[in-house]
Every structure is written in structure tokens, then in C-alpha cells.
Design a protein around this ligand. Sequence first.
Ligand code: RB5
Length: 157
Amino acid sequence: MRIFVGSDHAGFSLKEHVKSYLERAGHDVVDVGTHSEDSVDYPDYALKVARAVASGEADTGVLVCGTGLGMQIAANKVRGVRAVQIMDPELAVMARKHNNANLLTLAGRYTDPQTAERIVDAFLSTAFEGGRHERRVEKIAAIEQEYRPGITQGKES
Ligand code: RB5
């Protein structure tokens, strides 16, 4: 798979670990940064990875900040992205099966490297179940259409 990864300073160490784990597993990994523990702003990296996922340039993405929460919030502003912050492999399975999540965010300050590997494995190896979940995910996309830039609640603004 082609996987974009990114982090801020707080997620740098775990992002580096996940990146080499994915490369060793044979994935084509694109690292959008950051490349050190110097302080940066997580939305800048969330945007790069989220855009790649939304456009189809990436099959999926992994973003790491201190909590994974800021990355999740920022990535979900990009239409077509369904980013989930995951700290438990079981929920990675559910996020794929039921929500067709297409971007994973991790908490660099709260998740150890081995747990992150298990989360990533679960996320990448689980397929969307479709069926009744398809209709629900389509309703999320419909919300994005209603609230697109310049349009508020279906009306031009
Ligand atoms: C940086 O201190 C921290 O706020 C950031 O990494 C992230 O946890 C935000 O959600």
C-alpha cells in the first residue's frame, strides 16, 4: 500500500517507529514530516496527509501528535477523510469494519511502539463490511456536501 505518514514534534518518535515498521512490511511510505522534535503545528501535517488520502494519492495515512486528537480533528476537516484516533487494536478493527475509516491517528505520548504496531496491523488488515454500514457512511458524505465552503445548510452564503 501507499501510505502517507506525518506527525508534529510530540508524535515524531512514534511516527519514525511506525514509518520503519511499515517500510519493513513492504509498504510504499511517504513521510511528510516533521523531521525533528522542534516544535511545529500539527494542522500543517494533518492537511498534507489528509489531502493525499482524499485525492487518492495515498491508500491511507497515519498521523501522530501527542494525543492523536488534534490530528484527528484537523484531518476530518478535509472532505472525504474519515480519520480515527485509536489507542486499542480492537477499535481499529471496528473503525474499519463499520466506519470505513481511511486515516489513522495515534497518540505519541500515550501509545507505546508495540501497541502502535498492533493498531496499525489491525487497521490495515481489516476490510470495510459494507452492507448497512455503507448507507451510514454515505450519510456522512452527504453531510460534507451540505456543509461545503460557501454553502451553509444547503443555501449559498
Ligand atoms: C503538542 O504539545 C500537542 O498539543 C499536540 O501534539 C497534540 O497532542 C494536539 O492535539
